[in-house]
Unconditional design. Sequence first.
Length: 80
Amino acid sequence: MNGIRFARYAGGPQDLPVREVWWNPDQALPIDFVTARGAGSIRLVIERARAGANTALLQPPAFRFPAYRVVEFADWLERH
C-alpha cells in the first residue's frame, strides 16, 4: 500500500486473540488482521492511507475542546 511493504504473521498459539496480521514494523502499522471472538472471528482491513497527519487532531483534548469541563473523580465525590 502506497509503497509500504507488509509481512504476514499467522499460526501462533490458539489462546492468542489475534490469529493473523499483516504488519509493517517500520510504520508500526497493521494493514489487515483477524481476531478470534468465541466461535467466530473479526477481520479489520485498512483499504487506503495517505501520508501526513492533521497535527491539530493530535493536540491534547484540553486544547482541542477548551469549552469542555474536566471533572476529577475525587472532586465529583466531594460534591455528592
